[in-house]
Design a protein around this ligand. Structure first.
Ligand code: IVH
Length: 699
């Protein structure tokens, strides 16, 4: 036999044996036999390195070379999941989802593995790379470490090109065994996360990580199965490790059973009304599992319905995670303050004795409205539990202990704390009726300048407050005529800052119409709403003003995603004198009130990245030219380096931002490097690269 043939044969047998042991849990050969074949292959490979392939079973032992984890762009959107904290929430999500779908649905229930999210990429059946989730657009290439996980197939049973999402985790018993040697790891997830990022893959190989995969994206759309159950079955047949604990919910138990057997999978079958008790059951029994789960995931089974439901920016609308616990803490209410929002809405806020909660320190928590306070029977001085639900502001959940001072349930005073106007009740909330109320005006201006709107980063709420109090800015449009130099006499405001305010104001004039529209503060017209309006044909402000002049509700409702109520609200707001004069002043100032969408046809290869710029440049002079190039390719540009910044474009000079970037580990890009990134922009940038033979998935 040719040596090369022997290598192929050994490789094949060893990979099969690894799969049988680590994926299927059914060994097909003895340990000694395995070792013998393994040693033979290693020997041949060391004598003939030309026969060693990256997907050889010997490559799982890792190396002692230390590697870094270059950033690589994902070719599929790696989204996160929307969250629910009770089975009732999941059931009502399911009802809502069924109502919005036109065909009958089934749902698959999976365990939410508490591990490290991973995307595995395969080309023609060969493992190519493993990327962490990263920011969803760009992840770290941790292939060297992931290759050491025996349950990760290096070759698939068919030559498919596919991206697979899964969760890398460490079984509980292995954590128990290893925790003494790894005292810094608080739990199994922690140790798994550390292992995935070990510098030396030989160290990663020493930790018995494993993986469950749960989503697959075929490069060739025509190969994509019709439903989620078939995806799981296909993944299993390709050689991946699938979690067998699944349950199907549909109109009848019978139908659920059929769906499972059609896919050739084992699992539990229920009718819809069994969901509540199923979730309860799992919650009660999860401690007996061999791995940690932090919730359950409910997914729409039918893929065409998934496509129709679509996504928000962060999560698909076809799945929801039921989290067993939201982070909680106990603390004391020191007082209650009253906030006035930009729409005049009054929100009572509990001022708390500071307490750590879910990774940050909490000093305030929302009390929503008077009704909520009444339900809690909350008084100043009470000891309460606070929770963080998803990523939202913490809320007071329960009074645990009443105060000893004899304070009674807090009542919101009937007057606006900012302007003194008598508050009015609308629905569940109180509102300050005066649009000129200082707090409302400041709120509107801050909303306008905020990152998600006109992105005048340097002009945050504190600066707005100052400008307002000095009488320099009393309205959004005043920003464009404001003499910022007046601030120079004030403490804490220097030349540099004033310059950054002026720059921010100038820059904002370039923001596209859709952003301007979203920043005006029209009811229901945020980022998404503005997009819907512009895409729906309102490509300039005049069309909007005309429709509102003519009370043309239909012009809005025919867009589809806009209902009667929203249309009426928008029309009323656009008829308002103050809004009209604001629009005309902003127009005079030079803001974009027409959309020029077609101008940009570049691929959004920098999307998800957040760039700051410092110093001066040869080619990009003024440096706003560089910002433009970035924005055209989907990057967000900011004026200062923070934890969220992903890149700093650094020219000559430039001191503090560079130091800040260095200390935060933000990637620093020189002008030359930047130019070569732009040149290779169409697919293959240097580090932020698309994989070779670009996989492009239509999700
Ligand atoms: S599905 C687009 N299924 O939970 C939907 N995610 O909070 C992709 N996770 O980032 C996610 N087990 O890392 C899905 N059975 C499961 C999961 C699961 C764990 C993780 C995943 C995701 C996170 C969202």
């Amino acid at each position: 036999m040719e040596l090369k043939e022997r290598v192929d044969q050994l490789t094949d047998e060893l990979l099969k044996a690894q799969k049988a042991y680590y994926v299927d849990g059914r060994p097909v050969m003895s340990d000694t036999e395995y070792d013998r074949l393994f040693d033979e292959l290693s020997r041949i490979e060391s004598q003939h390195p030309e026969y060693r392939s990256a997907t050889s079973p010997t490559q799982r032992v890792g190396s002692d070379l230390s590697g870094d984890f270059p950033e690589v762009a994902h070719t599929i959107p790696v989204l996160s999941l929307d969250k629910a904290y009770s089975s009732e929430e999941v059931i009502s999500w399911m009802d809502k989802t069924m109502k919005s779908a036109s065909s009958s649905l089934s749902f698959v229930e999976e365990e939410k593995i508490d591990g490290i999210s991973m995307v595995l990429y395969y080309q023609d059946g060969e493992f190519v790379r493993a990327l962490t989730r990263g920011n969803g657009y760009v992840g770290n290439d941790v292939s060297a470490n992931i290759r050491t996980i025996k349950a990760v197939p290096l070759r698939l049973s068919e030559p498919v090109s596919i991206a697979v999402r899964g969760e890398v985790y460490l079984p509980k018993k292995d954590f128990e065994r290893l925790k003494e040697a790894n005292p810094e790891a608080a739990n199994a997830r922690n140790l798994a996360a550390g292992t995935v990022r070990r510098q030396k893959s030989s160290e990663a190989a020493a930790v018995p990580l494993t993986i469950f995969v749960y989503e697959g994206f075929w490069e060739d759309e025509s190969q994509r199965p019709e439903d989620h159950l078939s995806i799981l079955a296909r993944l299993k047949n390709l050689g991946f490790r699938i979690n067998p604990h699944i349950a199907v919910f549909s109109s009848s138990q019978e139908k659920s059973r059929e769906l499972l057997s059609k896919a050739g999978l084992e699992g539990k079958a229920y009718a819809f009304d069994g969901l509540g008790s199923y979730l309860e059951e799992v919650t009660a029994e999860r401690k007996d599992l061999e791995y940690e789960i932090d919730g359950m995931v409910t997914k729409v089974n039918e893929l065409d319905v998934r496509q129709a439901l679509g996504y928000t920016e962060h999560h698909p609308r076809w799945a929801i995670a039921y989290k067993f616990e939201s982070p909680q803490a106990t603390t004391k209410v020191l007082g209650v303050t009253i906030q006035v929002g930009r729409t005049g809405r009054i929100t009572p806020v509990a001022e708390l004795e500071s307490v750590p909660l879910g990774g940050s320190v909490v000093r305030r928590a929302t009390l929503h409205n008077q009704e909520y306070i009444n339900e809690l029977e909350l008084a100043v001085g009470d000891t309460v539990s606070v929770v963080k639900r998803g990523d939202v502001i913490p809320a007071v959940e329960e009074v645990l202990e009443k105060n000893e001072e004899g304070n009674t349930t807090f009542i919101i005073p009937p007057f606006c704390p900012s302007c003194g106007a008598r508050l009015v009740q609308r629905g569940a909330h109180l509102f300050c009726p005066d649009r000129n109320c200082p707090q409302q005006v400041k709120g509107r201006i801050s909303y306008f300048t905020s990152r998600d709107q006109m992105d005048m980063d340097s002009i945050g709420p504190k600066v707005v407050e100052k400008l307002y109090d000095m009488g320099l800015v009393r309205d959004i449009s005043d920003l464009y005529t404001c003499d910022f130099s007046r601030l120079l006499d004030e403490k804490g405001y220097g030349e540099k800052m004033v310059r950054s305010f002026r720059e921010a104001v100038e820059e904002s004039k370039k923001r596209p119409f859709v952003t301007v529209l979203a920043s005006l503060g029209l009811p229901e017209v945020g980022t998404k709403g503005a997009e819907i309006l512009v895409k729906g044909g309102f490509t300039d402000i005049d069309r909007l003003l005309k429709a509102s002049d003519e009370n043309d509700i239909e012009a809005f409702t025919r867009i589809g995603q806009i209902g009667l109520q929203t249309a009426t609200l928008i029309i009323a707001a656009l008829q308002d004198e103050d809004m009209r004069s604001l629009i005309s002043r902003l127009r005079e100032a030079g803001l974009q009130f027409e959309s020029h969408e077609e101008e940009n046809s570049l691929e959004q290869t920098f999307s998800g990245q957040v760039w700051a710029v410092t110093g001066s440049f040869e080619h990009f002079n003024p440096r706003t030219l560089a910002l433009k190039e970035l924005e055209k390719r989907g990057a967000r540009t900011v004026s200062s380096v923070t934890g969220k910044t992903t890149h700093l474009l650094a020219g000559k000079g430039g001191g503090s931002k560079r130091a800040q970037a260095e200390s935060l580990g933000v990637r620093i890009v020189s002008e030359d490097e930047f130019i070569s990134m732009l040149r290779q922009d169409d697919g293959k940038n240097d580090k932020v690269s698309q994989p070779e033979g670009q996989l492009s998935f239509d999700f």
